[in-house]
Design a protein around this ligand. Structure first.
Ligand SMILES: [Zn+2]
Length: 213
């Protein structure tokens, strides 16, 4: 009789432990502000050779990225509307918005564009004085390098506030990176990555995951 009781008590203990484990949330390893470049009123950014604007393309990348981050235990918020007509107004609003969401890092999604179709390659920009921004840029750059070997490598680049993208990188509080994973003006790169937003999302997700690791 007591043997049976022991077994029942054992089962109850195991059941309670299992229920407790099931309730435990996965460890949150970080939160990312996914900012879609050119979200300011009236600004859609460059248009690719495929006829798609940066904003439209990167809105898709942002959704895929949020899913891929969630699968890696990383929370995110997508910001694809900066309600201001002026650039400085948009950056001010964005900075407050990112702080409101308590994001640990921020990335702004773009693609490059040039007047000649031969310009190509990927680059990731960070604020020169931010060590963590540099680490984030290097992690994403490394992920890109390992996943797309055939592309021209323009590097992870330190920039200053006055440079292109500098206002975003210096306006937001957390470590930040601007992603330029290809040239939308290059037919070759548009076929390679423009038509594969999931590959670009995977590069960002892998790099961000490695940053938090
Ligand atoms: Zn852009």
């Amino acid at each position: 009789m007591s043997e049976l009781l022991d077994k029942i008590l054992g089962l109850i203990t195991a059941f309670k432990a299992a229920r407790k484990a099931a309730k435990r949330k996965p460890k949150k390893i970080g939160k990312v502000a996914i900012c879609v470049g050119h979200s300011r009123i009236g600004d859609k950014g460059a248009r690719s050779v495929g006829g798609i604007s940066e904003w439209v393309y990167n809105s898709e990348v942002a959704k895929l990225l949020a899913t891929q981050l969630r699968q890696r235990g990383i929370a995110s918020v997508i910001i694809d509307d900066y309600p201001s007509e002026s650039y400085s107004g948009a950056m001010k609003w964005l900075s407050a918005e990112i702080s409101k969401h308590n994001a640990d890092v921020a990335i702004e999604l773009h693609f490059n564009s040039f007047s000649t179709s031969s310009a190509e390659g990927y680059e990731y920009l960070y604020y020169a004085s931010s060590a963590k921004g540099k680490k984030l840029a290097l992690c994403i750059h490394q992920a890109h390098q390992s996943k797309v070997a055939s592309q021209k490598d323009r590097g992870a680049k330190p920039i200053e506030r006055k440079d292109r993208g500098g206002r975003f990188l210096t306006s937001v509080k957390p470590p930040a990176v601007i992603g330029e994973p290809f040239f939308g003006s290059s037919p070759k790169e548009w076929v390679l990555l423009g038509q594969s937003p999931a590959v670009v999302a995977d590069i960002y997700a892998t790099g961000i995951f490695n940053y938090f690791k």
